[in-house]
Design a protein around this ligand. Structure first.
Ligand code: GAP
Length: 459
């Protein structure tokens, strides 16, 4: 097994063992490629979403929040082009009936992503990766998840679960303009669940059929697009460097060439990541011109023009759309955090391997662990009271079982930045020991100063 695949296996196993991500519907034998976020995964995801919202929405003056329906009028998807073009090329094995994406099979044979149609090999010449049988030619398969509204399953009742958040923001553009009286440039942002009937989901939470996206539509005058695009690229870099604190060498900034871009986009950059299973998309940013609002104007018959209050010029705003897969960001967060290092044991001069998740402190699911050295009532009652007080400001775990060494290892594995231990001296000197996750250094801190000490550490 390569070191890289090994890392992926370690992450999947740690995620289950510690309660970050569980296989979905496990007691019924699971459901392929469906995952449930456990207690720590839920907290980590919440923290990523909160940080994203703070950075891209709350701290700016030019963003408007929104939360739109998952099921919309099917005409929305006609206008957006999803009913016609939201497809992947599907091939099927004539013997075992396994299904594959043509582009994935061709890329595995060395074709560049977004390949030209002139290929040295046709997909029908590639043997089925499952049984070696013959594959059919590709046909387009629509990824929108279909459902029926109400009790009858006829064509008039057909509806779709949304495949992206963006459409909900375009169809509310007029409402937002009316209620907020915003001037360009401004953005509409939302985070929400999306559904895509992926042909080949896989690689843990990288590609699933149900996932979350955080994205925003930033409306501009067309003359400004180049400057605004650069501004957002800069902000995205800042997000990865300062907030997610990842190793920037693991990102690949992929300018999508003209021939591979959607016809309406004048510039698209895919931000890719060096995953253990290859360099693949993490998220993206696209200048979509006025395609979306113009299409909704045509299909809905509503006027979606904007009038510049200074020049009186009337035009359909153009849009720059940065889009982020929340689950992919969480996967990257797990991959970046995973460290194995030698740590001293209680035997002098001996070391053992410790697994430590070095999450950025503000993203850690548990911020502080309170660990009394004895379960005796006189110590545990003080420790419990301390934990209860800390919970007002921090996410806290209380643990009084097992040896302190084992408890430290457990907290390291879930990435808790600070462990607070109480011993019998604490009852006398009213001080606790605070251990730093990364340096393993310990400070003795007066209990009545602990809250401020920790606040400073997380600031
Ligand atoms: N409105 C633009 C849009 O939806 P997209 O590239 O199709 O763009 C946005 O999707 C992001 O959602 C991707 O960059 C990726 O991070 C994430 N994503 C897409 N498909 C996914 C899937 N099947 N599973 C998990 N995340 C996915």
């Amino acid at each position: 097994m390569s070191e890289q695949n090994d890392l992926m296996d370690k992450i999947v196993s740690l995620a289950k063992r510690r309660g970050f991500v569980f296989p979905g519907s496990e007691i019924y034998g699971g459901l392929a490629n469906s995952w449930d976020y456990g207690p720590l995964g839920h907290l980590l995801k919440q923290n990523i979403k909160k940080a994203w919202w703070k950075f891209f929405v709350q701290e700016r003056g030019d963003m408007v929040p929104l939360d739109t329906a998952i099921i919309m009028n099917p005409k929305v998807w006609e206008a957006s082009g999803h009913l016609k073009n939201f497809t992947d090329p599907l091939v099927e094995c004539k013997s075992c009936h396994h299904r594959f994406r043509e582009d994935h099979l061709l890329e595995a044979r060395g074709a560049e992503p977004g390949y030209d149609k002139e290929l040295p090999i046709s997909v029908t010449e590639i043997p089925c990766p499952n049984c070696g049988g013959k594959l059919t030619p590709a046909k387009n398969f629509n990824l929108l998840m279909k459902t029926y509204l109400g009790p009858t399953e006829d064509s008039a009742a057909v509806a779709y679960l949304r495949g992206e958040c963006a459409a909900g923001m375009f169809v509310n553009f007029k409402n937002i303009l009316n209620v907020t009286r915003r001037r360009l440039p401004f953005g509409i942002a939302q985070i929400g669940k999306n559904f895509r009937n992926e042909i080949t989901p896989g690689n843990f939470i990288f590609r699933t059929r149900e996932f979350e996206i955080g994205e925003f539509e930033y409306f501009i005058s067309p003359k400004d697009w180049e400057t605004v695009f650069e501004m957002w690229l800069g902000e995205i870099k800042r997000w990865w460097k300062d907030i997610m604190q990842i190793n920037m060498d693991n990102l690949v900034w992929h300018e999508i060439p003209d021939k591979d871009r959607a016809f309406y986009s004048k510039r698209t950059v895919d931000i890719e990541y060096k995953y253990p299973f290859g360099v693949k998309e993490l998220h993206g940013i696209a200048y979509r011109t006025d395609f979306d609002l113009s299409r909704h104007e045509t299909v809905s018959g509503q006027d979606l023009h904007y009038t510049d209050p200074e020049t009186n010029e009337k035009f359909v705003p153009h849009v720059i759309e940065p889009t982020f897969g929340i689950d992919r960001m969480l996967l990257v967060c797990l991959l970046e955090a995973y460290h194995e290092e030698a740590a001293p044991t209680s035997e002098a001069g001996e070391t053992e391997t410790r697994v430590v998740m070095k999450f950025p402190k503000h993203l850690a699911p548990v911020q502080v662990a309170v660990l009394p050295l004895s379960k005796k009532e006189e110590l545990s009652s003080v420790a419990k009271e301390l934990a209860a007080n800390l919970r007002k400001d921090f996410s806290v775990e209380y643990d009084e079982t097992q040896s302190i060494g084992k408890r430290y290892r457990r907290q390291d594995e879930i990435g808790t930045p600070y462990c607070v231990t109480l011993d019998f001296d604490s009852l006398e000197d009213k001080k606790v020991t605070v251990r730093d996750r990364d340096s393993m250094q310990q400070d003795r801190v007066p209990m009545n100063e602990l809250r401020d000490y920790l606040k400073e550490k997380f600031a």
